[in-house]
Design a protein around this ligand. Structure first.
Ligand SMILES: [Zn+2]
Ligand SMILES: [Zn+2]
Length: 316
């Protein structure tokens, strides 16, 4: 911003952060409060959890996760939180991405649970190199993280797991599903997903109303540690390009993403829920998780690696 303005909340300090979608200019202190407050309100609005429940926070090795961890703990100081981290076994995951965790654990006194794929299962994400899964490795990565995060949370007896999906993430996925005509899948983007099977926990998205840039801003203002790089396998992913596109829209029309989210969630998802019967899920014969065909996506991939690459993988 060019000219000096006062913060529209406290009216005292200099307004440094402009929230165009809300026509607000805030100082750093008031923005921090605003950010934490929105997390609190989002959790309450969607009844994501009650403060006496035990909640897992999925650390996805990025800045957003750091913002989520800090924001949730600040918003609900009474709640018992556990950070869950799935180490996929590459240098990035095992070394770089883990650097901020010690500091966060020390700062907030939160518990940390690391599940190492190579140690526990005998393979790492690089083992998919040269297979049919490599081209869309982000999707495999997502399936594995999702399954094992849920697994750890269930083992710990937690009530829910929070994931760091921001408004940008959710709108990008919805937009893509819409373009692909996969309308039924839009239902899976709801901010609270209740378990489909008894060995799962509730999944929640407390950042669903928060823009990604706001999370970045919050982490910077608080001076929190975060991974310096991002997963090198992510380069050129479709989601990165689409998110850039949506950001451009937002640039010329503030609140664009919020509007899109509301239309999808309040109108389209409702229509779909009225019209479509959700697909019947059956228990995966190997791990007992939800699947469409009797073997879930995670187990299909592990069996594939074991048989094609002759790896000594623990399956199930
Ligand atoms: Zn202020
Ligand atoms: Zn399975």
């Amino acid at each position: 911003m060019s000219k000096l303005v006062k913060c529209m909340r406290c009216g005292e300090r200099e307004g440094e952060i402009e929230l165009r979608y809300a026509r607000l200019v805030l100082c750093k202190e008031c923005f921090t409060e605003y950010f934490i407050d929105r997390i609190r309100k989002t959790v309450e609005e969607y009844k994501m959890f009650s403060p006496d429940e035990r909640i897992g926070i999925s650390y996805m090795a990025d800045k957003k996760s750091v913002g989520l961890i800090s924001g949730l703990i600040e918003a609900f100081p009474e709640t018992e939180f556990h950070i869950i981290y799935i180490d996929l076994g590459t240098t990035f995951y095992t070394i770089e991405a883990r650097i901020p965790l010690d500091e966060l654990v020390q700062k907030y006194g939160v518990k940390l649970h690391v599940y190492s794929l190579p140690n526990e299962k005998g393979y790492n994400i690089e083992d998919f190199r040269g297979t049919k899964y490599w081209r869309k490795i982000c999707s495999t990565c997502g399936i594995l993280k999702r399954y094992y995060t849920s697994y750890v949370a269930y083992q710990l007896g937690l009530d829910a797991v929070a994931t760091p999906h921001t408004l940008d993430d959710v709108v990008e996925v919805m937009f893509t599903l819409f373009l692909d005509g996969k309308f039924e899948d839009l239902i899976n983007m709801k901010p609270v997903q209740h378990p489909e099977f008894p060995n799962q926990v509730r999944r929640i998205k407390p950042l669903v109303k928060t823009y990604e840039w706001e999370v970045d801003e919050y982490v910077d203002i608080k001076g929190l540690p975060y991974p310096e790089t991002e997963c090198p396998l992510k380069k050129g992913a479709r989601s990165t390009l689409r998110k850039k596109l949506l950001k451009d829209f937002e640039e010329s029309e503030p609140a664009f993403m919020r509007k899109l989210y509301t239309v999808f969630m309040k109108k389209l998802v409702r229509l779909i829920e009225e019209r479509y019967e959700p697909p019947k899920l059956v228990e995966c014969k190997i791990c007992g998780g939800p699947s469409l065909s009797g073997i879930c996506g995670k187990c299909v991939r592990e069996v594939y690696l074991r048989d094609r690459k002759k790896l000594d993988i623990k399956i199930g």
